[in-house]
Design a protein around this ligand. Structure first.
Ligand code: GLN
Length: 485
């Protein structure tokens, strides 16, 4: 039989339904491949016995005829989602070995569909970062080029899908953490509308931005699995009360006449190679009958300063729960309660979460709150309105870059500020809560993937996925596999 691990979720679903492969065989094939590619450090925790247990249950459902389309299909979960059978650490020493008494809603829903968990993927500590270098357990490598960052914070999820050690992985996006790693690893990632997937059981970073999504080979796979993830959850107070939606229904719609908005000024900021590949992608869209219109997103240029006030402000509040009292790391030696809290936080948290707690506490403090936090909230609203205006008057969907170039190398951007600035194209959509995705569209001279971003109006995941799928039907970039994987 051909190498099963090269298959998409859609293909695996068919093979399982036709009983050409069992869930157990499939799980074993992936576990072997994960074992063979430990050099990537994409996984933080793998427990074959738990994976095989889930696979056997899936096989039982298939035999009984109670299986759904995802039953038996393997998936990896970002270590931001809490899981009962695997430790949940958010890649922090603070939560080393932490076993959650419950599954995150996203995990629970996919488990109910019969998906088989392969393990937990590496990320930046508390999802703060763009490279996985902030993981307390060491960085993940990019299978395209070991010197290149895999992107972050969901670098483990992107790397494992690119290396075909998982057909799909969950991920989270607060300011770009699904789109940017998917872009750097040559895979397809989607962040749905804020509030559509539940945040219950997602280890919190910035609650008004944190959004669950998936990284897969294709838009079609994203649509299939995301349909089972989104939907109202009463345990999340910002969950949108909407009935479930099958996001695969519109996948094959004709995109003729669709108006694609292009923020031309953003394209001027790109490396010549990336710019050329984006221009190629735009031509493809034109050849499919889409209409290109120029749009202006100059307010979105303020996204980085706004994001780096709001996200740390929320993080400083969210991370105050790690006090060494209820769970998480507790210092071994301390004088009194206050000393215990101080030492536990000092030992358990890495430099980036500490930096953000400091920034966040500062912008929320008396005297600075109005100048920074309130001002940032106002500009956030202006950015959201700018997108709303573009969608109301000019276009159905926005085509944008994900980053200014292909993946940079480890060590290239060492200071926090240059990393923060590299989020310029992803944070605006996050601040506005819009669904957006990242698709591969080329490969640089150095052999590193190029990608573009699509951004849709709120709740229009179907249109977003349709636009992405139309491109993948006429191109092959999403089918490219890094050598040796
Ligand atoms: N790179 C951004 C940050 O460090 C985004 C992270 C994310 O989306 N989780 O905050």
């Amino acid at each position: 039989m051909t190498d099963l691990t090269q298959s998409t979720v859609t293909q695996l679903s068919k093979l399982l339904a036709a009983k050409e492969v069992s869930a157990e065989e499939l799980a074993k094939a992936y576990l072997d491949k994960i074992d063979a590619h430990k050099e990537l450090h994409a996984y933080l925790d793998v427990r074959p016995e738990e994976t095989l247990k889930q696979a056997k249950e899936a096989d039982k459902k298939i035999a009984e005829g109670t299986a759904g389309p995802l039953t038996g299909v393997p998936i990896a979960h970002k270590d931001i989602f809490v899981t009962k059978e695997w430790p949940s650490t958010a890649a922090s020493k603070m939560l080393e070995g932490y076993m959650s008494p419950f599954d995150a809603t996203v995990v629970e829903r996919l488990k109910k569909e019969g998906m088989v968990c392969l393990g937990k993927t590496n990320c930046d500590e508390f999802a703060m970062g763009s490279t996985t270098a902030n993981s307390a357990y060491g960085k993940t490598l990019n299978p395209w080029d070991k010197d290149a960052v895999p992107g972050g914070s969901s670098g483990g999820s992107a790397s494992c899908v690119a290396a075909r050690t998982a057909p799909i992985a969950t991920a989270t996006d607060t300011g770009g953490s699904i789109r940017q790693p998917a872009a750097f690893c040559g895979v397809t990632g989607i962040k749905p509308t804020y509030g559509r997937p539940s945040r219950w059981g997602m280890i919190a970073f910035a609650s008004s931005l944190d959004t669950a999504g998936v990284i897969a080979q294709t838009a079609e796979d994203c649509a299939l699995v995301l349909s089972s993830i989104i939907g109202f959850d009463k345990r999340d107070s910002t969950s949108i009360e909407l009935p479930p939606e099958d996001l695969t229904i519109d996948l094959n719609q004709d995109i003729k006449g669709k108006r694609i908005g292009v923020p031309r000024k953003w394209l001027e900021k790109l490396s010549p190679g990336l710019k050329a590949s984006l221009e190629e992608a735009l031509k493809k869209y034109q050849s499919l009958g889409a209409e290109l219109v120029d749009i202006d997103l100059s307010k979105a240029d303020l996204g980085v300063p706004v994001y780096y006030i709001i996200a740390p402000a929320e993080a400083s509040s969210n991370l105050s729960r790690y006090d060494g009292v209820r769970y998480g790391h507790r210092a071994g030696k301390y004088a009194d309660l206050l000393d215990m809290i101080k030492k536990s936080r000092d030992e358990g948290l890495g430099p980036e979460p500490k930096r953000r707690i400091l920034i966040g506490t500062y912008v929320l403090s008396h005297g600075y709150y109005d100048a920074y936090y309130i001002k940032a909230q106002k500009v956030r609203r202006l950015i959201a309105q700018e997108f709303d205006n573009a969608f109301a008057n000019k276009c159905d969907i926005i085509f944008a870059p994900v980053s200014t170039d292909a993946a940079f190398s480890f060590g290239d951007k060492n200071d926090p500020l240059s990393l923060y600035l590299s989020d310029l194209f992803t944070v605006p959509g996050s601040l506005a809560g819009l669904p957006s995705m990242s698709l591969p569209c080329g490969i640089s001279d150095k052999g590193r993937p190029y990608a573009f971003q699509l951004i849709a109006p709120r709740l229009q995941e179907s249109s977003l996925l349709n636009t992405a799928h139309a491109y993948q039907l006429v191109t092959d970039w999403h089918k490219k596999v890094p050598a040796g994987y």
